[in-house]
Structure formats: C-alpha cells, structure tokens
Design a protein around this ligand. Structure first.
Ligand code: GAR
Length: 217
C-alpha cells in the first residue's frame, strides 16, 4: 500500500528558482503529490525566495557569506530542516554541500544538468556545466536526478534523460533544453518515491512494480 497523503518536502535553492517553480506548478496541477512546507536559500537575494512567498510557502535564507565555515552554515540548514520534519528534501539549484543526519539517508534528491558521472562534482553547477559540455565537444548531454550522499553529485542515480547538443548551441540554448528535461524527470522521480517504487541497492536505484511494502506498516 502506498500513502495518499502528500509528501512534506523542503526545497533548498541558491538562485532563480525555476526548478522550485516547476515543482510548485506540478503540485498545483495535481501532477506531483507534494506539499512544500519550507524553502531554504543560501542567498538572501535569491529570486527563488520571492517565488516561494508568492505561493505562501514559508521561506528562509541563510546567507553562506555570513558564515566563517561551511560546518556552521550546514548546522543552521539542518536545524531549519529538522524543525519541519520533512518526508523528502529536494535540492533545486543548491550550490553547496548539504549534510543532514543519517536519518535522511535515501530521502534527499538533487537534479543535475548533465549526465552524471560526466560534467559533475565540485564547482560544476548551473551555466558552468553547459560551458564545460560545449568546450569538451560532447554530442549528448542531459539531466540526472539522484539521491544525495556525502559527496558532490555522487549519490545513486534515479532517472536520466539525454539531450542532443547542436553545433550552434550556446550555454543558454543548451541550458533551456536541459532544463526542459529536468522539468520532466524531477517530478517523475518524486512520483516514484511517493509511490514507494524506488529501491536503493548499492549504487543502483531500481524502479520496482508493484511498490515496496510501506515500512511504517
Ligand atoms: C538547474 O538547472 C539545476 O539543474 C542546476 O542549477 C539550475 C538551477 O536553476 N543544479 C546544479 O547545477 C546542481 N549541481 P534554478 O535556480 O532556476 O532552479
């Protein structure tokens, strides 16, 4: 049996929040069984905060530059997440490592704008990824949704979607097509999680049918 209640989600972001907007839109259309209970930003001026407030989602910023160390920054993030006890944590263009306690293992997802393990890791986010893809000259890139572990973009992969690179692409035109892929696979991964159909086996995530038994039963 799977839960019919929406998943209580916290979204972490650093920038313009188009990924958050997609999740809000999907939720409002009834396409994604989530309730976003808090948005947390690493930047005070992130436009994602505006988007959250416009939809009456409580939003808070912990400005990374106000902290001397990543550890104290992470502590405040973890406290803000723990306060609302989410079922699922969604990274949506969040630029920093985020490390909550082991109780969130298998309950944090990220979307990355490339086909992991290519063009990922520290410093590889947003437009840097698309610039690197074009500089290298690969013909295929794409989007990846994965569970978050201790490293940068190293957790088990849930879904990927390939995107062709065109000769006349710029980082902007390529980003637009990759983000369209992200808009498809992020809600799909969340739907699979909500339906209890994701089974993590080491590095692999299997999509099972029928769903796994609800562990709370
Ligand atoms: C998205 O394309 C997301 O995949 C990427 O940042 C963008 C955020 O855009 N994330 C990463 O690069 C993570 N390594 P947004 O702020 O408009 O949602």
């Amino acid at each position: 049996m799977t839960s019919t209640k929406p998943l209580r989600c916290v979204v972490l972001l650093s920038g313009s929040g188009t990924t958050l907007q997609n999740l809000i839109d999907q939720q409002e259309l009834g396409q994604c069984p989530i309730e976003i209970v808090r948005v947390i930003s690493s930047h005070k001026e992130a436009f994602g905060l505006e988007r959250a407030r416009k939809h009456n989602i409580p939003a808070v910023a912990f400005h990374r530059k106000d902290y001397d160390t990543w550890e104290t920054f992470n502590e405040d993030l973890v406290r803000a997440v723990d306060e609302v006890k989410p079922d699922l944590i969604l990274l949506a263009g969040f630029m920093f490592l985020f490390r909550p306690g082991p109780e969130y293992h298998g309950r944090i997802m990220n979307v990355h704008p490339a086909l992991i393990p290519a063009f990922c890791g520290k410093g590889m986010y947003g437009h840097h990824v698309h610039e690197a893809v074009l500089a290298y000259g690969v013909k295929i890139t794409g989007a990846t949704v994965h569970f978050v572990d201790e490293g940068y973009d190293t957790g088990p992969i849930i879904l990927q979607k390939a995107v062709e690179v065109y000769d006349d692409d710029t980082p902007e035109t390529l980003a637009a097509r990759v983000q369209a892929a992200e808009r498809e696979i992020y809600p799909e991964a969340i739907r699979l999680f909500a339906a209890n159909r994701l089974r993590i086996e080491g590095r692999r995530v299997k999509i099972v049918d029928p769903p796994l038994l609800d562990p709370s039963m």
